[in-house]
Design a protein around this ligand. Structure first.
Ligand code: NAD
Length: 491
């Protein structure tokens, strides 16, 4: 794999873009690579290539089993090159090498899973209510897919789109974020090596307004799979008013973690810490609101504060580092402003709340815990996408559920309790697409992922997700040998 020569991958070729931009290393704040910025003409070329490839016999006539084998091969190549992809993601986004290595190793499993699923996608024979008819339903690829991802966990977020899309027989234009596009642009070499016919997978990057808009509004795009923020999602939905593309949205969250007094507090604290401070809090499922029973609030806060202070902040490329910088200076500025506004609104700073003295350059911010009176405080209300935990106390189950559900989001949630019956009561009542009980952040290619409310539309991963990349064709066959009666002759 060649790494530092970043180009667009369109129609099976590595090509220059209409413009370029510099990518910044979040740990040093210095520009480290020149990236291609796809303009409207580049996007149009990529979509046209995908559209041509969709019906080209090199792809359209492959059996589902053959498509599955290509996906499995891509998974194997990703596994073989995981170290290099992880180093690139760490360099370009600041996500620590421990996390990128572990995640990219697992991304290979997503391609293997969808590779295996390709020839298990079945149509249906229907017991139609007409004696001289057969009816059945075929599942066909929906068409050209525009896959748009943000910078965090981008190989994973690309896998849950490319996997089912290609298994179903679609072709794809994948847009990497303009923040940290290196690993996805590098992955194009592996797509090429896996042997997908030209145009089946195109990988581009560029800015949202030109590249993202042109792609999601393109008349030849039939399906949009978007992951990103809720305000961008609204632009995407407006864009698809042009092409009426079937659209799924994976958006943000303000996920609650409920801790009851009967939970093992030490073990729970480890899950809470991982839930909010992993990836420096830049995770859509970040457990950013800790709802803790009042009787154990102070003990829980003391344990969490001690663990938070011990987190080793440092160079993301260093394996000993436990928390790295934020991906962009923009993120850092937003977090600083929201923490200040939250303190002004009455939140009590328990720990953190500033840039670490040890790392004055780069986008570093200390693991931060704020005690809040309720959900109205800005840090408890807004998705911060940073290492900031808002803690709110509750007295009983009713209050815990009311606080948990008092948000427009509904991506994930966590429940920590020793009581099986309480866990089931909470599972039923929480408004969220994911409920983790006595654990947090578990994901798998086999388990659907997605949210309620403002957290999005549709689900990714899991066997059902492949259906979202198909459309059905209903087939009627007359089985009678009798001539069809003349409709205008009265009998
Ligand atoms: P973002 O919404 O700013 O950008 C996401 C992508 O959309 C980028 O590739 C961007 O270039 C593109 N884009 C921007 N404007 C566009 C437009 N007008 N038309 C089409 N595309 C456009 O998101 P971000 O700040 O990079 O990422 C953080 C957000 O992503 C957070 O809200 C986070 O919760 C969310 N997220 C969700 C999940 C999930 O699976 N639910 C996973 C990771 C991140």
């Amino acid at each position: 794999m060649s790494t530092h020569d970043f180009k667009l991958y369109i129609d099976g070729a590595f090509v220059e873009a209409g413009a370029t931009f510099e990518s910044t290393d979040p740990a040093s704040g210095e520009a480290w690579a020149r990236m291609p910025a796809a303009d409207a003409a580049d996007v149009d070329r990529a979509v046209r290539a995908a559209h041509r490839a969709l019906n080209d016999s090199a792809w359209a006539e492959l059996t589902a089993t053959q498509r599955g084998k290509l996906l499995t091969r891509l998974g194997d190549l990703i596994a073989t090159n995981a170290a290099e992809l992880a180093a690139l993601e760490t360099r370009d986004t600041g996500k620590i090498i421990r996390e990128t290595s572990a995640q990219i190793g697992y991304v290979a499993e997503y391609y293997r899973y969808f590779g295996g699923l390709a020839d298990k996608l079945e149509g249906a024979h229907l017991p139609v209510d007409k004696a001289d008819m057969e009816a059945y339903v075929r599942r066909e690829p929906i068409g050209v897919v525009a896959a748009v991802v943000p910078w965090n966990s981008q190989l994973m977020l690309a896998a849950v789109k490319l996997g089912p899309a290609l298994a179903a027989g679609c072709t794809v234009v994948l847009k990497a974020s303009e923040d940290g596009p290196a690993p996805l642009l590098a992955m194009a070499r592996l797509v090429h090596e896996a042997g997908f016919p030209p145009g089946v997978v195109n990988i581009i990057t560029g800015f949202g307004e030109e590249c993202g808009r042109t792609l999601t509004a393109h008349p030849l795009v039939a399906r949009v799979a978007f992951t990103g923020g809720p305000s961008t999602a609204r632009h995407v939905v407006r864009n698809t008013a042009e092409n009426l593309a079937y659209t799924t949205l994976e958006l943000g969250g303000k996920s609650p973690v409920l801790v009851f007094e009967d939970a093992d507090l030490d073990s729970t604290a480890n899950a809470v810490i991982a839930g909010i401070f992993a990836a420096s809090g830049q995770s859509c499922v970040a457990g950013s609101r800790l709802l803790v029973q009042r009787s154990v609030r102070d003990r829980m806060l003391a344990i969490l504060a001690e663990k938070a202070r011990l987190i080793r902040i440092g160079n993301p490329q260093d394996r000993a580092t436990e928390m790295g910088p934020l991906a962009t200076g923009r993120q850092l500025a937003h977090i600083e402003a929201t923490v200040a506004a939250s303190i002004a609104a009455g939140a009590r700073l328990v720990t953190g709340g500033r840039r670490p003295e040890s790392h004055p350059t780069g986008n570093y911010y200390e693991p931060t815990i704020l005690l809040c009176a309720g959900n109205e405080v800005p840090c408890a209300a807004e998705e911060l996408f940073g290492p900031v935990l808002s803690v709110i106390a509750f007295d009983d189950e009713e209050e815990a559920v009311a606080l948990a559900n008092d948000t427009a989001f509904g991506l994930a949630s966590g429940v920590f309790t020793a009581s099986l019956t309480r866990a089931h009561r909470m599972i039923r009542r929480l408004h969220a697409g994911i409920v983790w009980v006595n654990t947090y952040r578990a994901v798998s290619p086999i388990v659907p992922f997605g949210g309620y409310g403002q957290s999005g539309l549709g689900r990714e991963a899991g066997a059902e997700s492949i259906r979202d990349y198909t459309r059905t064709k209903s087939v009627w066959i007359r089985t009678s040998d009798e001539p069809i009666a003349d409709p205008f002759v009265m009998r």
